[in-house]
Design a protein around this ligand. Structure first.
Ligand code: N1C
Length: 254
């Protein structure tokens, strides 16, 4: 028989254990489940290498290099002519690339996929993973999530080859933002002769604010290795979506 005091202790202990499990399990569970969809990876090993990047560390002091061992564990492979990059058009491109399997985005790789739409961080003096209350870009640049996307994007762009596509938002004034991951990391890593051409697809939601002649696109061209052929096509969101629903039609889309 439990005394009142033992029951309280057991109860409190249970709550603590439950809170600890709830804090880490959803992330680990999601990570492992998504990873298992990829076969050939040792998912527990991948999880452990991933955790080492941020566990027990100040969540505002995680440089992108913290994820180097993770990239080494699951390196990106080149998918020539199929690689698709984007900036400020995440939902559009996610929807598109799901339907058009030919195009390959970072989020289709094992690392991009296991961490898609997740938040994580650690804390000094603790071995726990937290999934809420983590710093974001407003709090500090070197937070665990943004540093991961910067590191993964750099590695993904390093293997870009052949004809590369990038989908930008024509409904804003600066479709090419030099401070974005696409502008500050990926574009700079496209190198000739590995990359033959860069095709920009400028998609406008309701009203087109920018076009291929806009200053922002000229800035992009200036940041591109001059030996890489450059082209730019404007289209509306519905034309872009039509492309994804009718693969046959897509060849001439851009
Ligand atoms: O900063 P961005 O876009 O220019 O980054 C997009 C660029 C793409 O080409 C991808 O290859 O970088 C890669 N990438 C992702 O795949 C990704 N998935 C989710 C970069 N960031 C990614 N995220 C999250 O969106 C991440 O939190 C990051 O900070 C935003 C970037 O969105 P953006 O400014 O529209």
């Amino acid at each position: 028989m439990c005394s009142q005091r033992t029951r309280v202790i057991l109860g409190v202990g249970g709550v603590i254990i439950t809170v600890a499990v709830v804090l880490t399990l959803p992330l680990k569970g999601t990570f492992i489940r998504r990873c298992k969809g990829f076969k050939k990876y040792d998912c527990e090993k991948l999880w452990s290498v991933f955790q080492q990047a941020y566990i027990g560390k100040d969540p505002c002091n995680i440089p992108m290099e913290a994820y180097d061992p993770l990239i080494t564990e699951a390196p990106f492979r080149p998918a020539c002519n199929r690689m698709m990059f984007w900036s400020k058009t995440k939902n559009l491109v996610q929807h598109f690339s799901k339907k058009r399997e030919w195009f390959f985005t970072l989020e289709k790789t094992v690392l991009g996929s296991v961490l898609r739409a997740l938040t994580w961080c650690g804390e000094e003096g603790s071995n726990k993973t937290f999934t809420s209350g983590c710093p974001g870009w407003r709090d500090c640049e070197n937070n665990p999530v943004d540093s991961f996307w910067r590191r993964a994007s750099a590695a993904f762009a390093d293997v870009a080859c052949g004809d590369v596509t990038a989908v930008l938002d024509g409904s804003i004034e600066t479709p090419f933002d030099p401070k974005s991951i696409f502008g500050s990391i990926e574009l700079k890593r496209f190198k000739s002769p590995r990359v033959r051409s860069l095709k920009i697809v400028l998609v406008s939601k309701k009203k087109a604010v920018s076009n291929c002649m806009s200053q922002s696109l000229k800035d992009l061209q200036r940041g591109l290795d001059a030996r890489i052929a450059y082209s730019c096509t404007e289209m509306t969101e519905s034309q872009f979506n039509e492309c994804s629903s009718d693969p046959e039609k897509c060849g001439p889309c851009w």
